[in-house]
Each structure stands twice: as C-alpha cells, then as structure tokens.
Design a protein around this ligand. Structure first.
Ligand code: C5P
Length: 227
C-alpha cells in the first residue's frame, strides 16, 4: 500500500501524541514527537546555564546549536522511540513542568526552529511517517496527504496533563499546570516564526468529549480516505 505523511498539529495536551502513537503502530509507520526535540534543546539550555527563571541567553544558546545532537531510539518495551541528547536518553528529564515552563521561549527562536525543521524534513523524506507538533502541516510538511488539527478546552487539557504528572509521581498543583498550558498556548500562537495556526486543508478534531476509541476510529477513517 502507498505510504503517506500524516501531520498532526494542535495546542498542548490535546492528545496528539497518543493518537499519533496509535496510528503509527496500526499502520507500521514511524512516529516523531517534535515537541520532544524542542524540549531537548530547552533541557540543554537549562543544563548549560543559558536559561533559568531570571536569565535567558539567546545568543549563547544559538552559538551552541551545532553542539546539540538530537536522536530517537525505539524502545520495544514502551512501544515508541525515546529522545536522546548527545547520546544520553533524556525522555524522563524533558517531561517536567520546569522544562514545560521554558520550552515555548526556546521554540520561538528562529535558529532553533530552522535546525529542527531541517532534521524533521529529513526524517520524513520517505513518507510512512506520523509527526506531531505545532507547525507540521504549515511548515514541515505542507504537502502532507493528511493534516489534523487537534483541539480541546484548556481545562480538559490541563486536567489530562495534571493526571499524567501525578501518575509519574510529580508533586504538582492543578492550577500551575493550567497556567502553563495557557501560557504556552499564548506564546505558541503569537510568535513571529511559524505560529501555531490551523494549516490549510487540515481537519479539526475537538476531542474534549471523545473517548480514545472514538477518536481513533474517526481518525482511521480519515487515513483510509487519504491513502
Ligand atoms: O508537544 P509538546 O507540548 O511536548 O511541545 C512542547 C513545546 O514545543 C510547545 O509548547 C511549543 O512551544 C514547542 N513546539 C513547537 N513546534 C513543534 C513542536 C513543539 O514550537 N513542532
């Protein structure tokens, strides 16, 4: 069967990665979580003193970009690829609220976006890929055969993210998670370079009131039409 490119964009915690993983597994496609790549650069910036609560050294980070190598390696136990920064598995480290609180600022830097978009385009050059993020249908793969734009209310999204963090054992307040979700929505939608917008031809899916099964069935029908 002919392989296609599936681009999934949307606000944070809209369940993009859940459905992207389901689709990749079902279709035998590669799944790429581009948010993990922006999180990896942010983690590097934090580790190297380029960003903290009171300081953001954009020039220092941009100068260091050639030293940042991001890769993915499939973990058969988990069933998806984990992200590596310069050879180190940082899958767990990039999911903290601290990384979430800085990542949208790092993702607004054009030089960072250029580097990651080039890598993403290379990863998808042979199709057979499901990629999720904020600019996949608009910038990375504007010619994708299927483009989805996922939405859900901020409260639903914050609750999902809060439950995920609590399950991991993080000590966190719901209000802090909601605030982070709203701040990231704002920065991601209003930045100059590649703001989060619904791509031309994208199909909008509001999953506030859908079960995972309902969502998967609906999206699979769209995939069948696109193939
Ligand atoms: O998807 P996730 O919530 O992990 O993404 C983290 C952040 O990375 C987003 O809030 C956004 O600022 C940035 N991002 C982006 N472009 C992408 C993917 C993520 O700007 N393609």
């Amino acid at each position: 069967m002919q392989e296609i490119t599936i681009a999934i964009d949307g606000f944070s915690s809209t369940g993009k990665s859940t459905v992207a993983k389901q689709l990749a597994k079902h279709l035998g496609y590669v799944y790429v979580d581009t948010g993990a790549m922006y999180r990896a650069v942010t983690y590097y910036a934090m580790q190297n003193g380029f960003i903290d609560a009171s300081n953001f050294n954009v020039d220092g980070l941009v100068t260091d970009l050639p030293k940042i190598e991001i890769g993915f390696k499939f973990n058969p136990e988990k069933g998806f690829a984990e992200v590596y920064l310069n050879g180190e598995n940082i899958e767990k480290q990039i999911r903290t609220l601290e990384v979430s609180s800085f990542v949208s600022k790092v993702a607004a830097i054009s030089e960072v976006r250029k580097k990651l978009v080039e890598q993403q385009q290379k990863m998808g050059q042979d199709k057979g890929i499901v990629m999720d993020g904020r600019d996949i249908g608009t910038v990375v793969f504007p010619d994708a055969e299927l483009k989805l734009f996922m939405t859900a209310s901020p409260e639903t999204r914050a609750e999902r993210r809060y439950n995920e963090l609590i399950e991991r054992g993080d000590n966190i307040e719901y209000e802090a998670v909601l605030k982070n979700v709203q701040e990231r929505d704002y920065i991601d939608s209003n930045r100059e370079d590649s703001p989060l917008v619904k791509a031309e031809g994208a199909i909008e899916i509001d999953n506030s009131k859908m079960t995972l099964e309902e969502q998967f069935t609906k999206i699979l029908q769209l995939v069948e039409v696109a193939i």
